[in-house]
Design a protein around this ligand. Structure first.
Ligand SMILES: C[S@@+](CC[C@H](N)C(=O)[O-])C[C@H]1O[C@@H](n2cnc3c(N)ncnc32)[C@H](O)[C@@H]1O
Length: 232
């Protein structure tokens, strides 16, 4: 594809969330540069051949960087790829992604992965714990989960608290919950991840965690979400 064709394809997308170079010289006109996320993820392992699940990829900048690093990327979003820039990114790069339309709160069977990206999605969920538990079930034991979220540290400390965002409280009606740091780390631990790293900037937090086998923690979630009532 020529640069002119690629530019035309970029211009045909109604709304870009991400601003990034799809190929050198072809930049998308979004309002948010997700390089801040990939910079925190890219160096943790050799991505060649890794099975990666990107939940809520939007325009797919992070999916693309992982694929360009050699990962086999599956994407799951409740919006089709033509509703975002994802389909255009796919065409311009020529990369192939296993894209599924689905809701993380009713997770389709996609198998298990070496790494799961859960970036900018948690606070959009009415049930964030359920979303994290779905992430755990997509992870092989020892897999990495990367979470990035809006968070509220107006109550810092060791009390796990979440602020409920009532309808109309922010311009974005898709926001539901802002956990504090302690609550996010506690929820991730309770769905059987060991947190290995976290850092925050402004109202955003980033966490890396490893999926662990823990029958007690797993059973608590299975019972809570009625996947195995008989085992109670
Ligand atoms: C704020 S964007 C984050 C995009 C990208 N991951 C990033 O961090 O830049 C949230 C994305 O999650 C998707 N999403 C929100 N709720 C979802 C759900 N319940 N199941 C699947 N995808 C969801 C949206 O369609 C959107 O693509």
């Amino acid at each position: 594809m020529t640069k002119e064709e690629a530019d035309r394809l970029v211009a045909s997308v109604r709304h870009w969330h991400h601003t990034f170079d799809i190929v050198p010289g072809v930049r998308t006109p979004g309002s948010y540069d997700p390089a801040i996320l990939w910079d925190r993820i890219k160096g943790v392992c050799d991505w060649r051949g890794a099975r990666v699940l990107d939940i809520g990829p939007a325009d797919g900048a992070v999916s693309m960087w992982a694929a360009k690093s050699g990962a086999e990327v599956t994407a799951l979003d409740f919006r089709p790829k033509t509703a975002t820039g994802f389909a255009a990114m796919e065409k311009i790069t020529g990369l192939t992604f296993d894209f599924h339309v689905g809701n993380i709160l009713d997770p389709p069977n996609l198998g298990t992965f070496d790494a799961v990206f859960f970036l900018g999605v948690l606070y959009h969920l009415p049930d964030p714990l359920r979303g994290l538990w779905a992430c755990r079930r997509y992870c092989k034991t020892g897999a990495r989960l990367f979470v990035e979220s809006w968070f509220s540290d107006t109550t810092p400390g060791d009390e796990p608290l979440m602020k409920y965002i009532r309808h109309g409280a922010t311009a974005d009606w898709t926001n539901f919950w802002a956990p504090n740091r302690c609550a996010l780390l506690a929820m991730m631990s309770d769905v059987a991840f060991d947190v290995v790293r976290h850092d925050a900037w402004g109202s955003r937090i980033f966490v890396e965690a490893i999926a662990v086998e823990d029958a007690e923690r797993g059973r608590r979630m299975s019972v809570a979400y009625a996947q195995n009532i008989a085992g109670r």
